[in-house]
Design a protein around this ligand. Structure first.
Ligand code: CO
Length: 175
């Protein structure tokens, strides 16, 4: 396992449409493990393959839903972080409801913005071994997946943001 360099704008790979993955070989397993390490090291809650200069349809996401709870219930054990690896992900269903939220991106340092996303989605794809995987997601997890899947289409959150601003300090919710 190793860390990979996260590419930033204006690297053209960030604007390219990523290719579907067809081979679930050792190279892919290494790429997945490297991406998980790179996401955790950044630290970030999601990473798409184009962000490590690989134009292929692969995303990794790691997030604890506790991070979005506004009121903490006393004595409640913290929810563990959930790690997802998804190959060739595709949004197959979306909620009618949309929500505004603040996003950043490891490939666009120093910028945050307010982006409208579907509150809930269903995503279909393959796991790291090529087996079908279908997820129903809502809230921040749904937002992270929409942000990462956009990366596979060369779309960045700054394209969709209704408001953008610069920020100074490191944030924990980088995508
Ligand atoms: Co991003």
């Amino acid at each position: 396992m190793a860390l990979r360099e996260i590419v930033t704008l204006p690297e053209p790979v960030l604007r390219r449409k990523a290719k579907p993955i067809t081979k679930f070989d050792k190279n892919l397993q290494t790429l997945i493990d490297d991406m998980i390490d790179t996401m955790r090291d950044a630290p970030g809650v999601g990473l798409a393959a184009p962000q490590v200069d690989v134009s292929e349809q692969l995303i990794v996401v790691e997030y604890s839903e506790d991070d979005e709870d506004e009121e903490d219930v006393e004595g409640k054990p913290p929810k563990p972080k959930k790690l997802y690896v998804m190959v060739n992900p595709e949004i197959v269903k979306t909620s009618e409801e949309k929500v505004l939220g603040v996003e950043g991106c490891l490939s666009i340092p120093g910028i945050q913005g307010e982006v409208e996303r579907f509150e809930a989605i269903q995503v279909k794809g393959l796991n790291r071994h090529g087996k079908p995987l279908k997820l129903k997601l809502h809230g921040w997890m749904a937002r992270i997946f929409q942000h990462e899947i956009d990366h596979l289409n060369g779309v960045l959150f700054t394209d969709l943001a209704t408001r953008l601003w610069k920020f100074q300090q490191e944030e924990e919710h980088e995508l």
